[in-house]
Design a protein. Structure first.
Lengths: 90, 400
């Protein structure tokens, strides 16, 4: 973790995109209907009301109703549905 | 757009059965298998859509027995064609349609001309046809430079011409030549003569010696302003005489019209004959080309078929309508005859005087043996001056 913290502080110092060095996912939320996760490491749980995504340093848990994985590539995935919460599980 | 692309690429809706569907998704990503519209059916079943190549790759991956993939639905153009592979006639029809569309797109079916002011579009179209470009011309054979040269040579009024072929449409832009003003050669000695007889009412002499004054009566051919000027110091000198001379002129015009005439009385019967015009070739949609009546007016309605996108198709629906009429004798009242003749006489006077102002006019009429005659006496104010070169017996040398 110390290594990640150092990379994060370096990227902040030089104003570089943190997600490139910290290994953390970049999450974009459009209203309560769509979540896009970049830099993911795969899916850990896939259910209608809950999707867990391996984000490297943390697990990103998306909760809601009628959740569906719309597109997924090696680096990016998009989830649509009625989203009630996005949280990190450590 | 994406749906259209998916349709042409084709896609397979599959169901994957495995203990951990999440692991199946991760395996897909690791093997670069793209998928979309993922739906969890049950604890062990997941449904998704994949491309055709991805589906083949997935089937190869099922060898490890960790998961089982079964197709639910196949959709898209490749599967549609695959189903047609044994239906030769349908397939041939499809190929023929595609070939027709491809062939259709190789010819010009619409010519759009812009920029015509005095030159008619029909004249430009005719010149283009002589240059080898018309409806139905093979688009690749059009040589814009050659067409431009020929059209500009044919129509002298045009100064600029360009043709751009966009698919099946030829866009033609023209610009007309500005008329060069007529130059007056003031080195030629001239005189001003009267072209009509009348009483001079206004006279503006710019050069030369006036031989008449306002109020004088002149005959056609009289010299109004002489180009031969006498001077005490330098003797006779010859100039380019110029003048505006307005005179009161009188006209008496008569026109006649018979009061009895033959009129068309339409019976309401309309005979319609339809035909198709495909790429200039007419195809009649009827068997009997003749019509039984002799007295009829023919009206042709041509409807050019277009695609929903606005593109013109080389197919025209031609409807020939024959409106049947009977010839009946009718009689004009004197008022109607006078109104008709009055309009014709005024037009004739305008043609004679070149649109000169009519100061006053009187009409008288008479009817004899069914012929109505209208006579007009009119007084006009018009320009009567005309330039003529000095006659041979005068000195043709100019003096300043």
């Amino acid at each position: 973790m110390a290594g990640h913290d150092m990379l994060r502080s370096i990227s902040r110092t030089f104003k570089l995109p943190e997600e490139l060095f910290s290994g953390m996912p970049r999450i974009e939320i459009n209203g309560d209907e769509e979540v896009t996760v970049e830099n993911h490491k795969g899916i850990l749980m896939y259910e209608d009301e809950q999707i867990q995504i391996n984000g490297g340093n943390a697990v990103v848990q998306i909760r809601g109703r009628g959740l569906r994985l719309c597109t997924m590539t090696r680096t990016i995935l998009t989830i649509r549905g009625y989203i009630t919460g996005v949280e990190f599980l450590r | 757009m994406y749906r259209a692309i998916d349709f042409f690429r084709g896609s397979v809706c599959i169901e994957a059965v495995c203990d951990y569907p999440e692991r199946f998704l991760n395996i897909c990503i690791q093997n670069e298998i793209e998928f979309w519209n993922v739906e969890r059916i049950s604890d062990k079943v997941i449904r998704m859509e994949v491309g055709i190549k991805a589906y083949q790759k997935l089937r190869a991956l099922t060898d490890n027995k960790e998961f089982h993939v079964r197709p639910v639905r196949k959709k898209g153009m490749p599967f549609f064609l695959w189903h047609l592979r044994k239906r030769y006639v349908l397939l041939a029809g499809l190929v023929l349609t595609v070939a027709c569309i491809a062939a259709y797109s190789m010819f010009i079916w619409e010519i759009d001309i812009s920029g015509c002011e005095t030159v008619s579009e029909a004249a430009v179209l005719e010149a283009m046809e002589r240059a080898g470009v018309k409806i139905g011309t093979y688009a690749q054979s059009v040589e814009p430079e050659l067409v431009r040269s020929r059209v500009l040579y044919d129509i002298k009024e045009l100064s600029w011409f360009i043709i751009n072929v966009h698919g099946t449409r030829a866009e033609v832009i023209v610009r007309e030549r500005t008329e060069r003003p007529e130059l007056i050669d003031e080195s030629v000695p001239t005189k001003v003569v009267a072209v009509k007889s009348g009483i001079i009412s206004r006279m503006n002499v710019y050069e030369g010696e006036a031989l008449y004054k306002v109020g004088d009566t002149v005959q056609a051919g009289d010299v109004l302003v002489s180009g031969e000027m006498e001077s005490i110091s330098s003797g006779t000198r010859y100039v380019h005489a110029m003048a505006d001379v307005y005179a009161r002129t009188w006209y008496e015009l008569s026109l006649s019209i018979p009061l009895l005439y033959t009129e068309k009385n339409y019976t309401g019967e309309v005979i319609s004959k339809h035909s198709l015009c495909i790429a200039g070739k007419r195809l009649n949609l009827y068997f009997n080309a003749g019509i039984s009546v002799s007295d009829c007016d023919k009206i042709s309605l041509i409807k050019t078929l277009r695609l929903p996108t606005g593109n013109i198709l080389p197919i025209q629906l031609v409807s020939d309508e024959y409106h049947v009429y009977e010839k009946v004798q009718a009689e004009l009242t004197e008022e109607e005859a006078e109104a008709i003749l009055r309009e014709r006489i005024l037009q004739k006077l305008s043609d004679l005087t070149g649109g000169a102002a009519v100061v006053s006019s009187e009409f008288s009429s008479r009817e004899s043996d069914g012929i109505f005659t209208l006579t007009m006496t009119a007084e006009c104010l018009e320009q009567i001056a005309k330039l003529e070169p000095l006659t041979a017996d005068t000195q043709p040398e100019m003096s300043n």
